[in-house]
Design a protein around this ligand. Structure first.
Ligand SMILES: [Fe+2]
Length: 258
């Protein structure tokens, strides 16, 4: 069961994660999440019917999607859309997916869920959003402090796959060992990636597992119900109540003075 308190409309997208007054506070972290990547899903655009996106609380893009498609999804749904870059997303510099939030290289918290974004793929030729193993490992090291401060990470979204866990052998589609190390260090519940289109093979597995981490190839779209573990939920309830009390204290007094 979901219990919502809607505080107020957003001022600007950057306010989303910590200080936004529009944050929807839930006392239990259950979210229906739609993840998209690489190929537009006809059912969600060309054959869209009103209400088809209503159930989603959050949309995550794992890259290589047209900005117009992301703008459509965020406009037609009630959900926030967080994205990272694929290796074909240099186009976002000229034509950004307005209304969506870029979390590439960042750890953000949404409704108590800690989400880490790492776009790009393993370097295979000169082009945007391609990284060597050393460069990707450096990007992860830069976020270490934020992850520690947040007490961990729940969902990782990337474009490339982890090495030998859903990647392919050709130079353009090899995965990162740095992502395997990231999983082994922080044990996220979900690791969502793109870049490996399902139509590249007739028996490409959609999911891999490494200990408790579910590694999912989003390829077009993948939806799931996210529920925080019990210990994390207790922490979310505590933080949510504290924040609500603070809101009531500040804005209750403010209203009282007028
Ligand atoms: Fe790609």
């Amino acid at each position: 069961m979901k219990r919502h308190v809607i505080v107020s409309p957003p001022d600007r997208p950057k306010d989303l994660f910590l200080s936004s007054r529009k944050l929807i506070l839930k006392e239990k972290t259950e979210m229906k999440i739609l993840a998209v990547s690489d190929e537009e899903c006809p059912a969600l655009c060309d054959f869209y019917v009103p209400g088809r996106l209503d159930d989603y609380d959050l949309i995550l893009s794992c890259g290589d999607l047209k900005p117009s498609y992301l703008r459509f999804l965020v406009t037609m749904s009630h959900a926030r859309l967080l994205y990272i870059h694929g290796n074909h997303d240099g186009r976002y510099a000229e034509d950004p997916p307005a209304g969506c939030d870029d979390i590439d290289g960042q750890l953000v918290t949404y409704n108590g869920v800690r989400i880490l974004g790492l776009g790009g793929c393993l370097w295979y030729h000169d082009g945007p959003y391609q990284y060597t193993e050393a460069e990707m490992a450096r990007r992860i090291r830069k976020i270490r402090h934020a992850i520690r401060k947040a007490g961990g990470v729940d969902i990782v979204i990337t474009h490339a796959a982890p090495k030998d866990l859903g990647d392919l052998d050709d130079p353009a589609h090899r995965g990162f060992q740095a992502f395997v190390d990231l999983i082994d260090t922080y044990h996220p519940l979900y690791f969502l990636h793109g870049h490996i289109h399902q139509r590249y093979g007739h028996r490409l597995p959609r999911e891999h597992r490494r200990e408790n981490t579910r590694i999912i190839n989003v390829s077009e779209r993948y939806e799931f119900d996210y529920e925080a573990p019990a210990d994390r939920n207790a922490e979310i309830v505590r933080i949510t109540r504290q924040r609500r009390e603070l809101e009531n204290l500040i804005f209750g007094e403010y209203q009282g003075e007028n």
